[in-house]
Ligand binder design. Sequence first.
Ligand SMILES: NC(=O)c1ccc[n+]([C@@H]2O[C@H](COP(=O)([O-])OP(=O)(O)OC[C@H]3O[C@@H](n4cnc5c(N)ncnc54)[C@H](O)[C@@H]3O)[C@@H](O)[C@H]2O)c1
Length: 254
Amino acid sequence: MAASRFEPGQVAVVTGAARGIGLGIARRLANEGLTVALLDRDGAALAEAVASLRQKDARALGVTVDLTDSAAVNQAMAEVAATAGRIDHLVNNAGAVRDMRFLKMRDEDWDLVVDTNLRSQFLCCRAVLPGMIERGHGRIVNISSRAWLGGFGQANYSAAKGGVVSLTRSLAIEFAAKGVTVNAIAPGIVDTPLFRDFAPDVQSRLQASVPVKRIGTADDIANAVVFFLDPQASYVTGQTLYVCGGRSLSSPSV
Ligand SMILES: NC(=O)c1ccc[n+]([C@@H]2O[C@H](COP(=O)([O-])OP(=O)(O)OC[C@H]3O[C@@H](n4cnc5c(N)ncnc54)[C@H](O)[C@@H]3O)[C@@H](O)[C@H]2O)c1
């Protein structure tokens, strides 16, 4: 485990951490010496994820919660604070997609994507901010997507991820004087099971569309999270950092 850049005893919450990018972020933050609380609605995958972190001597706990449920989110954050003592860092990572042409989009396709990607971040921020304000310190990182720029068949996802950018900027302004920074990360294509499910020719086409000619990894995103959480980033707030191999420049829509 690397020498920690963080004060001893600090606690990070990572949402949607049972797998994928969230698990990669949780692993990295545990490696950085933080106590990590993993939140997810998939209890079985979450238990496995927490066990895999503990095997590496990480201080990790898991809370099974539907992050779109206001009362459940408040209860989950209270449980983390009671068990781990405090919440210093929040990484809002949980997300979902339901891509389809706009005129085929049903109410539930809109609501599920907006609730999972945006409402969950509102609920989690609101639940942890009072504790952060009380301590005069807090770090929030919201995971958006390069797709907030707009994407074919992604009106719901793109709107939700654009909302994440606006939420981030508004909270940054409102809580800057309280010692809390709020930033966002807009990943491009990241190597997840979803990507590996694409046919080989689709994978090659997507990879070719990335200026750096490779697909991103969960570690690429975790590195950016650590940058925002680092004590040295205290003068950075309200920003959205693209971690997409330059794809936001060359291919603004999908
Ligand atoms: N994978 C990519 O290429 C990519 C690109 C840009 C942005 N992103 C964003 O990164 C984040 C993580 O993506 P991923 O590919 O790892 O996703 P994923 O689908 O592999 O994992 C998402 C996790 O969130 C959990 N989750 C979903 N809805 C939930 C809810 N209501 N309550 C609790 N947990 C819930 C799931 O159980 C899952 O464990 C998302 O916000 C996604 O939009 C991903």
